[in-house]
Design a protein around this ligand. Structure first.
Ligand SMILES: [Cu+2]
Length: 257
């Protein structure tokens, strides 16, 4: 009996643990319009689908209690109810249509970026992120990405080894970084510090692939750029070379784990 209480307590505490985590608190603090829409779509979906979970469960428990054989009930012998079957087909169909409207409009916003103010190349490595700002000839790895506030930042993502995923929940961005391929994402965020992590199991240190994004004012961005341009910033590969944006086929094939 005691164990059961502990189980229920754990289940009750789970949502608190989820929401308290800075990375997963997207539901409370969407920073971009897209993240706000993702959250709203989630709420709409939850509201529309939850009755499909609850109603059958309530009916099932009621039927178990009400028509219990021990209470002297004889089994009913009827079958088929055309009207009921039409109703329970039409209602889910209408619900799916209702869900698809906000879902597709949000998906379109995610996938079609507005005109870009700054392109950032994001390159996944086992087990860190490399960033390049080709417009300013700046590149660096394993440190926070710094971008200007309230600008359209478009991301071109790829990987040099296995599949990673660049996930910053408060931006509403979760995009795979695949070897040999370029994927796209975008965000426009107010000034602040944002956290994310790799969302594709990529190896033993997957859990260490944190993402830090510092969204700063234009002047702070300029200062940061100057400091970057003064140093030798492009992160070298392990063998000392500088990798191209797309990994050679042989290299990515060998690491398809
Ligand atoms: Cu990863």
């Amino acid at each position: 009996m005691r164990k059961q209480y502990l189980l229920w307590l754990a289940l009750l505490l789970l949502p608190i643990a989820v929401f308290a985590d800075p990375v997963t608190s997207w539901i409370f603090d969407p920073a971009t319009p897209v993240a706000g829409e993702v959250r709203d779509t989630f709420h709409i979906m939850l509201g529309l689908t939850l009755p499909f979970l609850l109603l059958p469960q309530i009916l099932l428990v009621y039927a178990i209690w009400k028509f219990n054989e021990k209470r002297g009930h004889k089994p009913a012998t009827f079958h088929d109810n055309l009207k009921l079957e039409i109703i329970w087909t039409v209602i889910p169909v209408l619900t799916l249509i209702a869900i698809s409207i906000p879902a597709y409009s949000t998906l379109k916003k995610i996938e079609v970026p507005p005109k870009s103010d700054l392109v950032v190349e994001v390159i996944g490595h086992q087990f860190f992120w490399e960033y390049r700002l080709p417009k300013y000839d700046v590149g660096f790895a394993n440190e926070p990405l710094v971008v200007p506030a309230d600008k359209i930042i478009t991301l071109n993502l790829t990987s040099v080894d296995v599949i990673h995923s660049w996930w910053v929940p408060s931006f509403g961005v979760k995009q795979d970084a695949n070897p040999g391929r370029i994927t796209h994402a975008w965000f426009k965020a107010p000034a602040g510090k944002y956290k994310g992590q790799c969302a594709e199991l990529c190896g033993p240190l997957h859990g260490e692939m944190w993402i830090d994004v510092q969204v700063v004012s234009d002047s702070e961005f300029e200062t940061w750029l100057e400091s970057k341009q003064n140093g030798a910033n492009v992160a070298p590969n392990e063998d000392g070379t500088h990798s191209a944006m797309i990994a050679p086929a042989a290299e990515s094939e060998a690491a398809n784990g």
